[in-house]
Design a protein around this ligand. Structure first.
Ligand code: NAD
Ligand code: UGA
Length: 467
């Protein structure tokens, strides 16, 4: 059992966030701007990342983030590698470290790897000299709070008391600042003895979030709400992608079907955009984590149900890549294929678990030479992601513009919905390509009639093929 404490200041004055990543950095910057009386220290063991947060070239690209950091840094927002001092000074510690999927041992490929969380908690327990509220911000499986409380209890210095909360983050990359400023909801979970600490964190959020958007609940429900929310969002995408395959086979339009279905208020139109598949650092890992949790709780039918969301996503990615290789006349051997977009979605430079990498691997296996362009993903990340998938990089060139990538290409494959691809002069691009020129739109961005009028053989996910 964790010690139960009452000796705590009535108001938080110093918060430390462990983990200076996509969540830790933006969360702390927004909180610092909204809570001028609280000092925020973001601590990370990655010194390059901390140096970047302390420079003008932030390690995370988000609209509005640069200005926020510029405004708050050295006022009430600090970035440091000195994790121990940051822990000691804070009354409240947010844990925002990465929780990837396990890659070996029991649960490999499904269960969340909680090593980083465990290391943080051990550190907190060992270093803390005064009482702390410890907040899980990382996405963790239901029940992790028990492990956290157990470690804190075991390693605590005599007389030091800890209170564990779950406060999962629901922001999306690309709109992180807006999501953090105007969240649909904030969830704060606690168990009996830590409920008073819920009030402490609630008071922090109440400085800018309307009270009725702050939901308090028990710790397990808070942890599970996060996994369930991501699983249901991913499920909607897999559902519409399944329908997109039916549309192609039946000659229907998935955009129209999504409008028709989504105009039912009970269903809603959001997250019904068919695509080459979902990517990003979280959907796959969190659905997999829910599958593993269900298996661990001896609920095989539930596990099977959620695993189909992932199966449909893999099917969609390979179905799209197969369409490219089977449509280009004569196959892809030695053909230049331009891949436009590499980020897992527009508005971010993040390429973690991007469907684009998997499509590229498939096209390379078919013998294509790839010319890849993304406006935000660093060149090295493009190469790294492909290397992780075992691709032969000698057949890959990373280009400085969409036009350069398309020059001499047999086909253009649109993999990320960057607005700038809409603004391309597709007539000039057509002139620069090998003929017959193909465009495969994996993001439903381009206007089929216009593209076909320009002379392209045009394929779009979920729509009838070129006549
Ligand atoms: P990230 O990989 O960008 O950042 C994690 C950071 O934690 C890294 O900088 C790493 O160096 C640091 N770290 C790891 N172990 C550490 C330790 N022991 N001590 C100090 N620093 C340590 O990850 P992220 O995208 O910010 O995600 C963090 C968590 O938030 C994950 O659980 C994720 O599922 C969840 N989440 C992410 C998003 C998102 O949009 N990326 C949204 C909601 C929730
Ligand atoms: C997602 C959730 O939306 C956030 O609420 C959550 O906090 C976050 O995961 C997380 O836990 O990390 P994110 O991955 O940043 O956010 O981006 P989304 O906008 O959800 O997109 C995820 C993927 O789904 C992208 O590849 C996107 O292109 C795809 N997508 C999204 C579709 O294919 N169709 C859609 O209609 C919507």
């Amino acid at each position: 059992m964790v010690n139960i404490g009452v000796s705590f200041p009535p108001k938080v004055t110093h918060i430390c966030c462990i983990g200076a990543g996509y969540v830790g950095g933006p969360t702390s910057a927004v909180m610092a701007a909204q809570c001028p009386d609280i000092r925020f220290t973001v601590a990370d063991t990655d010194s390059a990342r901390i140096a970047a947060w302390n420079s003008s070239n932030l390690p995370v690209y988000e609209k509005g983030l640069d200005d926020l950091v510029k405004m708050q840094r050295s006022v009430n927002l600090f970035f440091t590698t000195d994790v121990d001092s940051a822990i000691r000074q804070a009354e409240m510690i947010l844990i925002a470290v990465n929780t990837p999927t396990k890659t070996r041992g029991v649960g490999s490929g499904k269960a969340a790897d909680l090593r980083n969380v465990e290391m943080c908690v051990r550190r907190i327990a060992t270093v803390a000299e005064t009482d702390k509220v410890v907040v899980e911000r990382s996405t963790v499986p239901c029940g992790t709070g028990q492990m956290v409380a157990g470690i804190l209890d075991e390693f605590a210095k005599p007389g030091v008391q800890f209170h564990v909360l779950s406060n999962p983050e629901f922001m999306s990359e690309g709109s992180a600042i807006a999501n953090l400023l105007h969240p649909d909801r904030v969830i704060i979970g606690a168990h009996g003895t830590s409920q008073w600490a819920q009030g402490l964190l609630r008071a922090v959020y109440e400085q800018w979030v309307p009270r009725d958007r702050i939901l308090t609940m028990d710790l397990w429900s808070a942890e599970l709400s996060k996994l369930a929310a991501n699983a249901m969002l991913a499920q909607r995408i897999s559902s519409i992608n399944a329908i997109s395959a039916v549309c192609e086979a039946a000659g229907a339009s998935v955009k129209s079907v999504a409008d028709g279905v989504g105009s039912d208020r009970r269903i809603g139109r959001d997250f019904l955009d068919a695509s080459v598949g979902f990517g990003g650092s979280c959907f796959h890992k969190d659905v997999a984590s829910l599958v593993w949790l269900s298996q661990s709780l001896n609920l095989p039918e539930v596990a099977e149900y959620w695993s189909q969301v992932l199966a449909m996503n893999s099917f969609q990615i390979s179905r799209f890549a197969r369409t490219v290789s089977q449509t280009v006349v004569g196959g892809l051997e030695d053909k230049r294929i331009a891949c436009l977009g590499f980020a897992y979605k527009s508005g971010t430079g993040d390429s973690r678990n991007t469907p684009a990498a998997e499509v590229c691997r498939y096209l390379l296996d078919e013998g294509a030479h790839l010319a890849v362009y993304d406006p935000k993903v660093p060149d090295q990340h493009i190469r790294d992601r492909m290397e992780e998938l075992g691709c032969d990089l000698s057949q890959v060139s990373v280009c400085a513009s969409a036009e350069e990538a398309a020059d001499g290409a047999q086909a253009v494959v649109v993999l990320t919905a960057w607005k700038q691809f809409l603004a391309l002069d597709w007539e000039i691009v057509y002139g620069s390509m090998a003929k017959p020129a193909y465009v495969f739109d994996g993001q439903l961005m381009l206007e089929p009639e216009t593209m076909r009028r320009l002379g392209y053989h045009f394929y779009q996910i979920g729509h009838p093929r070129s006549p």
